[in-house]
Design a protein around this ligand. Structure first.
Ligand SMILES: C[S@@+](CC[C@H](N)C(=O)[O-])C[C@H]1O[C@@H](n2cnc3c(N)ncnc32)[C@H](O)[C@@H]1O
Length: 301
């Protein structure tokens, strides 16, 4: 019996040979740790899909659907230099509040975390560094958990006696996280993050691929500053030049994101720029090359 990765690539190769060629170039293909993590992830994911009367081909079809949406958005972006949607209301109706779209989108995104080199690059950066920042953490706030992949990884780091709060505007995301997250006693809150208030000052914050979905990311970073303790660590990922069905705020390069963090009272302590074109990791200003920027932040003193 072949590996999950081989089976997945064969499935994708049959349906989309061009995309298969790109995935085959993933530089991690011969990395033992990547192969072990990918096997463990897809084994667990398949079990969860089975519980929901779904299977791996369903998830891979979701992934291919998401890729074809992105291809369309990328062509439009290359022509116009702007994302097709600009308002929150528009994407809230079209994506977050539309279970059919949100479901294939979240499953597709989850699959991409292990298939796309730049997504895995940031995931690995997170895996390699998270333990440095979880000592003594008692209360975690996650915004836009989506599929729950990062939630699971943080929970694995924690010992008893902490609280975990996830705020997400999409019922589909909350349901998917509930199904996917193992243990951790997570308090799921279905709400627009701008409406969320708490007396608690959280000491770990995670916001994965959310700022580009907002009309006012600076306002959110200021709000999160006030919801967190002085010694908080935050982990954020934000894509640049990355057109997709629900991105409305265009970050052109990581410098713009770093400036926004600084303006909101945060500073970067450790970061990684991951380019979607492996050999062009320094081409962070090229509008045709999506880049994912991951960073651990502290509050400025
Ligand atoms: C692209 S997914 C990110 C999933 C995951 N965190 C990751 O890093 O891959 C964005 C998530 O943010 C949520 N979201 C978008 N705008 C939001 C808002 N204003 N308030 C709360 N959640 C929001 C969406 O519902 C979705 O689940």
């Amino acid at each position: 019996m072949g590996s999950y990765l081989d089976k997945i690539l064969d499935y994708i190769g049959d349906k989309n040979p061009m995309h298969y060629k790109k995935l085959k170039k993933n530089a991690y293909r011969n990395d033992t740790q990547y192969l072990e993590r990918t096997e463990a992830f897809f084994k667990n994911y398949e079990e969860l899909l089975t519980k929901e009367n779904k299977d791996l081909p369903y998830a891979l079809d979701c992934y291919l659907h998401m890729c074809s949406d992105m291809m369309y958005e990328q062509i439009r972006f290359a022509e116009t230099g702007v994302y097709t949607s600009t308002s929150f209301d528009e994407v809230n109706k079209r994506v977050y509040g539309n279970p059919e779209v949100m479901s294939y989108y979240m499953h597709g995104l989850l699959v991409s975390e292990y298939l796309w080199e730049h997504h895995y690059n940031v995931l690995q950066f997170f895996f390699n560094n998270i333990a440095k920042y979880t000592d003594g953490v008692k209360s975690i706030l996650e915004i836009g958990g989506g599929h729950g992949l990062f939630t699971n990884e943080i929970i694995k780091q924690m010992s008893a006696g902490y609280t975990y709060t996830m705020v997400d505007i999409s019922e589909t995301s909350i349901d998917m996280s509930k199904a996917f997250v193992k243990g951790g006693n997570v308090d799921y809150i279905l709400m627009d993050v701008y409406q969320y208030e708490s007396d608690k000052k959280f000491d770990f914050l995670i916001v994965g691929e959310v700022l580009e979905h907002l009309e006012d990311p600076l306002g959110l970073m200021k709000k999160l500053h006030s919801l967190t303790a002085d010694n908080v660590t935050a982990f954020l990922t934000v894509p640049c030049n990355s057109p997709t069905i629900d991105h409305i705020y265009l970050f052109k390069n990581p410098e713009e994101i770093i400036k926004l963090y600084n303006d909101a009272g945060w500073e970067v302590v450790l970061d990684l720029v991951a380019s979607s074109e492996a050999k062009k990791s320094d081409a962070v200003d090229d509008p045709l090359i999506p880049v994912l920027y991951g960073a651990f932040l502290k509050k400025k003193v």
